[in-house]
Design a protein around this ligand. Structure first.
Ligand code: ZN
Length: 261
């Protein structure tokens, strides 16, 4: 092909591309709504379900958020899409872990497929071998995968979502009382802080990260079975408050909570 012909072909090719682009502009919202978030697969559970994590935001505090760990406590998991939307906008480096125990979630069972409580299987000094704790720390694939990934990510703060009939409150370990207070105040009444669960939790994530490593961790306990219209706004307000410094907005009244969304 002669040089002028090559130029004409190139120009017409560019014009065709420009025409295509003008019909469907690649806006940010277009890109984010189509391919979906880029989940990383850390590995698989015992029954072959993926253990997934997602990076969101840059700079600032390094925060790990774990949406689910006990399969009977799925109040946080249902808010993963809204959390992604919020966390992507905050000035922090976030690693969102979807679920430490996807086999338990699929079966609506607290334990892993092996009958082990995934919040008693961490390599804390107080780990106690037992059939429901595992023969050794990290015997459960999901716990091992998230543990190794947390070591690499090296968070300044961990937030893990649970639920209990005694909720809602924020339990904490390590130097986390200020974070717990901010979360509870922002979440609004009837949220409170509770330094202790009231029973021993050997081998828990809080024992390993908070007590042994001396780093802040919040164990967020929703009221078991509370409707999403209550848990969602409380969670998003609480997360925003602990991830981003600065004054807190006034907590909503109970009536306002019910009319959000
Ligand atoms: Zn739990």
């Amino acid at each position: 092909m002669s040089a002028p012909r090559a130029t004409i072909a190139l120009v017409s090719g560019l014009l065709a591309l420009a025409g295509c682009a003008s019909q469907r502009p690649p806006t940010l919202s277009h890109l984010s709504s189509h391919p979906g978030p880029a989940w990383l697969e850390l590995g698989s559970s015992r029954e072959g379900r993926p253990l997934r994590a997602l990076n969101l935001g840059t700079g600032g505090r390094r925060v790990a958020v774990i949406a689910g760990i006990h399969g009977t406590e799925q109040e946080g998991l249902r808010h993963v899409p809204e959390m992604i939307e919020l966390l992507a906008t905050l000035p922090a480096t976030i690693r969102l872990y979807e679920d430490v125990n996807p086999d338990g979630t699929a079966a609506a069972r607290r334990s892993t497929a092996n009958g082990v409580d995934p919040n008693r299987n961490w390599p804390a000094e107080n780990f106690t071998p037992k059939s429901t704790h595992g023969p050794r720390p990290l015997s459960e694939p999901g716990v091992g995968l998230v543990y190794r990934d947390l070591l690499r990510f090296d968070p300044d703060l961990v937030v893990v979502l649970h639920s209990t009939r005694r909720g809602p409150f924020v339990n904490f370990d390590g130097p986390a009382d200020g974070f717990a207070e901010r979360f509870a105040v922002a979440a609004g009444r009837p949220w409170s802080t509770q330094p202790s669960m009231g029973y021993p939790t050997p081998g828990s994530l809080g024992s390993w990260f908070g007590l042994d490593r001396g780093r802040p961790i919040l164990t967020v306990e929703f009221l078991r079975g509370a409707p999403a219209v209550e848990t969602g706004p409380a969670l998003l307000r609480g997360l925003r408050a602990v991830i981003q410094d600065g004054p807190l907005e006034p907590a909503p009244t109970r009536d306002e909570v019910f009319y959000v969304r």
